[in-house]
Design a protein around this ligand. Sequence first.
Ligand code: UDP
Ligand code: MG
Length: 195
Amino acid sequence: MSVNKDISVVFVLGGPGVGKGTQCSKLVKDFKFKHLSAGDLLREEQNKEGSQYSQIIRQHIKDGTIVPQEITIQLLKNAIIRNQEEYQKFLIDGFPRKMDQAVIFEEEVIPAKLTIFFDCSKDIMLERLLERSKTSGREDDNLESIEKRFDTFVKTSVPVIEYLDKSRHIVKKIDCSKTVDEIYADVKEAMKDII
Ligand code: UDP
Ligand code: MG
């Protein structure tokens, strides 16, 4: 099975804890989007009994590094194929965050129509992550993993956002230092051609 080229894909990017998942959930309530979080798909695969990828995924998530692209792309591709009969529009949250993922996904799966980039200071992200850590149960919501995730974001993921902006011209930047509802209003404005 292959991905239907008529679907629309939106990449949702930004540093750890910036609020990507929160904003995607709001979009899903109001519009017919399928929300696919790369991190959630990886955690699901990690916890699947008998998965050959459990260990490698667990280690990368703990270290805040990027799981080899072929694993994540396969999970995303399968999830799109499972949902493409019902959904025409997909939010791909937290992906691509390394150059190889971006290039291979757009070449072999489908090019994105738009990238929403949530821009935010490290202080605000840290505050949100520490708040989330009280309830998330995530193994990477602790100070040590958080520092590593920030590091990967700056060194590995920011260049992807620059590439999507300067070479693909599909990035819309949203200031995330506001309230959830104010940010959501900006998101809807940035996505008006798609929703
Ligand atoms: N991850 C990855 N490849 C991806 C997306 C996520 O390897 O394309 C891993 C990476 O180790 C990352 C972790 O999954 O630190 C958690 O990702 P998630 O998107 O859930 O984190 P958040 O955006 O909430 O910080
Ligand atoms: Mg997330």
